[in-house]
Design a protein around this ligand. Structure first.
Ligand SMILES: [Zn+2]
Length: 162
């Protein structure tokens, strides 16, 4: 296996013929950020730049969340990337005290945040759980996660109390 790409060379003998193929081992925990395999990687490039964006359909002008490759209203695959405000309000939340995955601080605070009329499931970072509440203002704060293949910095969209 190539540790840089996760590619694995597979060779097998089937019906007296030998075939081989290269397959990508699915070890990337954030495959949506991979520009080689996913067209929505642009969203994560924006997140890394500190921009919260989504797609707006060129056919019917529908603003989508999450960003979409195809419009659910008119089936168009033509869209523009648009910037959203970097602030919103907590619509609902949940605090996870136990079973937090390795590498994440305890407790984890999950929230549905409303931004420009769109409701986003997200994580609240650097927030005092006692201060979290429905209706509280929050601001967009990209959360660094594991580097990608080749050492590329990666981020997930997150929010913190404003
Ligand atoms: Zn549309």
């Amino acid at each position: 296996m190539d540790p840089g790409t996760g590619a694995v060379r597979t060779t097998a003998r089937v019906n007296a013929r030998t075939w081989s193929a290269t397959r990508v081992k699915m070890i990337d925990p954030y495959p949506l950020q991979n520009g080689e395999t996913n067209s929505m990687h642009v969203f994560y490039e924006h997140v890394a730049q500190g921009r919260l964006t989504t797609t707006r359909c060129k056919g019917c002008n529908t603003l989508s969340w999450p960003p979409r490759r195809f419009c659910g209203e008119c089936c168009s695959d033509q869209f523009d990337w648009v910037d959203l405000p970097n602030h919103g309000r907590i619509h609902g939340y949940s605090i996870q005290e136990a079973g937090v995955p390795a590498g994440f601080r305890k407790p984890l605070i999950f929230a549905v945040v409303e931004v420009a009329g769109l409701r986003m499931f997200t994580t609240l970072v650097e927030a005092d759980p006692q201060a979290v509440g429905v209706g509280k203002p929050v601001r967009f704060t990209p959360m660094a996660v594991t580097d990608g293949p080749g050492g590329a910095k990666r981020f997930l969209p997150a929010f913190t109390l404003a």
